[in-house]
Design a protein around this ligand. Structure first.
Ligand code: PLP
Length: 413
């Protein structure tokens, strides 16, 4: 039995989603831009999905722009705003690359985070000059699950850069936070269906009325000219079903999953020495955060319910992932390290983690199909795997593992 603990990378498609998409594709979906009956049906399906997404995201239906996923929504937000308004972009140092690259490549500014992983609001205040046209601050981080203080960010933006749009990447947050209410302070909100039980390659960007963003894809003028290209009707219908189920189940799932996650994280800390769990009280310095033992009392209130993110002293997580996989536990390093060109996670680097410690990072992320058996499986195999990698006892076995890891390549998430 495989124990999947990589829901932050992608989470299994929900049964109701498979059913609706299968039915639509078997029946035949028209092109919503056409003029005949099948086209009108496709349009009705899109309208219904738009209503459902609007309700799930606390937006008006006309504010929903369907895209091909989180990366496209993020790129549209940054590049589209810069094209429409000029000026420059500002984001945090822990954003997904789908935000960081557009911001950096356009000469924008990257604001540091505190050792807790939350944005340094003083540094943001300094960065907010009148020429800033877009500020992008994610709701929850994809590696650590750490949640940003979006309301405080919004207040600063309104007072110091009143002409700027506020964008939030809610791709990781949607399953675990009430984005409809928390995201209201943002002009632009990105989500991606495959993170909440919808299909891969489908997403949405909330574009509030008045948030004039130039299109990135031009052509047939679909999505009221904001995103050309024939819509993925079945995928969008599937996303809407997934979003509706996610919102319906969210309160109970937060309780269920955070209990599993806490048992997992507490179990790891109790059974393995030299572990640092990300997410700690803000008064701690970087030094304290990165010191094993001290970091063993994490404050998880600022994290999404589903992520257990830990760093192990004295090992590299690629080898650990290999050993876990051999025991049918699938997880992620949450670090952008690919064999050969080893770079520790930019998120952990921004949080002040020591380079070696960052190489030992492990992200165990839970989701709607997770069970107690998944937690038990990790707790059964992880202590021994860590021990093996830390001790020289491994001997010749180590070279097998290194070779296998080298062949396997990247393990990002
Ligand atoms: N933003 C965040 C925070 C993510 O975690 C991801 C995916 O991992 C993306 C954006 C990109 O989304 P997609 O895979 O739908 O392009």
């Amino acid at each position: 039995m495989v124990h999947y603990l990589d829901h932050a990378a992608t989470t299994p498609v929900r049964r109701a989603v498979v059913e609706v998409m299968t039915r639509l594709m078997c029946d035949g979906v028209g092109n919503p831009s056409g003029a005949h009956r099948l086209a009108r049906d496709a349009n009705r399906i899109l309208d219904e999905a738009r209503d459902q997404m609007a309700s799930a995201l606390g937006a008006a239906p006309g504010e929903i722009v369907f895209t091909a996923g989180g990366t496209e929504s993020d790129n549209l937000a940054v590049f589209g705003t810069l094209e429409a308004r000029g000026g420059r972009a500002v984001c945090t140092a822990v954003e997904h690359h789908a935000i960081l690259e557009p911001v950096e490549s356009s000469g924008g500014q990257v604001v540091p985070v505190l050792p807790t992983g939350q944005i340094d609001l003083d540094a943001l205040a300094e960065a907010l000059t009148p020429d800033v046209s877009i500020v992008s601050v994610m709701l929850a981080n994809n590696e650590t699950g750490i949640v940003q203080p979006l309301a405080q960010v919004a207040e600063l933006v309104r007072s110091q850069a009143p002409n700027a749009l506020l964008h939030t990447d809610a791709v990781q947050a949607f399953s675990w936070l009430d984005v409809a209410s928390i995201g209201r302070v943002a002009d632009l909100v990105s989500v991606s269906a495959h993170k909440f039980g919808g299909p891969q390659g489908v997403g949405a960007l909330v574009m509030r009325a008045g948030a004039n963003v130039a299109p990135r894809l031009r052509g047939g003028g679909q999505e009221r000219g904001r995103r050309s290209g024939t819509q993925n009707v079945a995928g969008i219908a599937g996303m809407a079903v997934a979003a509706t189920e996610t919102v319906r189940d969210r309160p109970a799932e937060i309780l269920r999953i955070s209990a599993l996650r806490d048992r997992l994280a507490d179990g790891i800390r109790e059974s393995i020495p030299g572990v640092v769990e990300s997410g700690v009280p803000s008064e701690w310095s970087t030094d304290e955060v990165a010191r094993p033992g001290r970091g063993n009392q994490p404050d998880r209130r600022n994290k999404t319910a589903n992520v257990c993110h830990v760093c192990f002293e004295g090992l590299e997580s690629e080898a650990l992932l290999f050993l876990l996989e051999r025991n049918d536990v699938l997880a992620s390093a949450a670090a952008s390290c690919s064999s050969g060109a080893q770079e520790p996670s930019h998120v952990l680097a921004a949080m002040g983690y020591d380079r070696q410690l960052a190489f030992g990072s492990l992200r165990l992320s839970l989701g709607h199909t997770s069970t107690a058996a998944d937690v038990d499986a990790v707790l059964n195999v992880l202590p021994e795997a860590v021990e093996r990698l830390r001790t020289a006892e491994l001997g010749a076995g180590m070279s097998d593992i290194s070779a296998a890891v080298a062949v396997r390549g990247s393990v990002g998430g």
